[in-house]
Design a protein around this ligand. Structure first.
Ligand SMILES: [Zn+2]
Length: 287
């Protein structure tokens, strides 16, 4: 059964480790991520962007697939199904479809409107036992069409949003989505420290986990980051595994064209990436 991300993140924050959010795109992605979590006895958050939801034909399909897998694979570790960067309408749809967690990204809205809509969603989520992630400041990167320097959130604004009763808070600390440019200046631990001092026990979320050096990830966890989003890295792993299979001509040998063979190396590569991240984040045996 899907669970809210609240308990796993509270434990993570208290225990000084982080739970990974791994974005899924299809059945192979989901199977790989869940297999990794089971093997390492780790809690996991499956992330679904609005685009990925659309790709999979809609949120109900995603909920049906994930719930089916939890049962058929006999998954006992805590699993949350989370909408990544949802707009107001997307959040409403996922609540209805049976997600156990949502992120409301009101970062592009005027702060007052962001607060109003967040308040409304907090009340709904509380009622349904779901977790809610809010974002303060915007996290730059390729998702906006430009690769820019990541912005840093205003700690006072973070405190304001945290006090609305959200479960976890994403704040820009110089991180960006997608691959990091060569001239990236690194994470702003000063900003992170200031945010944690004002928000206390609130689990903080680090977006754009791909390409942040390991020592920076560890330091971020020590300063209150309890959830780390991984998306691009699994995509790169999947593409590399699949490319190798095709380029070595394996699809042309025997029944190598069978999708149940052709998609295996990519799927295994996703699983290996998830395993590696869970070890780095410290969530092994924390289920
Ligand atoms: Zn993000």
């Amino acid at each position: 059964m899907l669970v809210s991300a609240e308990e796993m993140l509270k434990k993570a924050k208290a225990g000084h480790y982080a739970v990974g959010q791994f974005n899924i795109n299809n059945l192979e992605w989901t199977k790989a991520a869940l297999s990794a979590a089971m093997e390492l006895n780790s809690p996991i958050i499956l992330g679904v962007s609005m685009g990925a939801g659309k790709y999979m034909t809609g949120y109900k399909t995603v909920v049906g697939m994930v719930n089916g897998m939890l049962e058929e694979m006999n998954v006992k570790v805590p699993v949350a199904l989370h909408l990544d960067h949802g707009d107001y309408e997307g959040c409403k749809k996922c609540i209805e479809a049976g997600f156990s967690s949502i992120m409301f990204d009101g970062s592009h809205l005027p702060i007052q409107e962001n607060i109003e809509k967040t308040k409304e969603l907090v009340a709904i989520c509380r009622d349904k036992g779901m977790s809610l992630e809010a974002e303060v400041g915007s996290i730059g990167g390729e998702e906006d069409g430009v690769v820019g320097k990541g912005e840093c959130a205003d700690p006072d604004e973070c405190k304001k949003i945290a006090d609305l009763g959200v479960t976890m808070l994403a704040a820009g600390i110089g991180n960006i989505h997608g691959k990091y440019p060569d001239n990236w200046e690194g994470l702003s631990f000063e900003t992170l420290d200031a945010i944690q001092k004002l928000t206390g026990d609130m689990p903080l979320v680090l977006h754009g986990g791909t390409g942040i050096p390991e020592d920076m990830i560890k330091k971020a966890i020590s300063l209150g980051v309890a959830k780390i989003n991984v998306n691009t890295e699994c995509q790169i792993s999947f593409a590399a595994g699949t490319r190798k299979y095709i380029e070595s001509g394996k699809d042309l040998v025997g029944k190598g064209f069978d999708p149940r063979k052709l998609l295996v190396p990519g799927t295994d590569a996703i699983k290996a990436t998830v395993v590696e991240k869970m070890k780095l984040f410290g969530s092994v045996d924390k289920a």
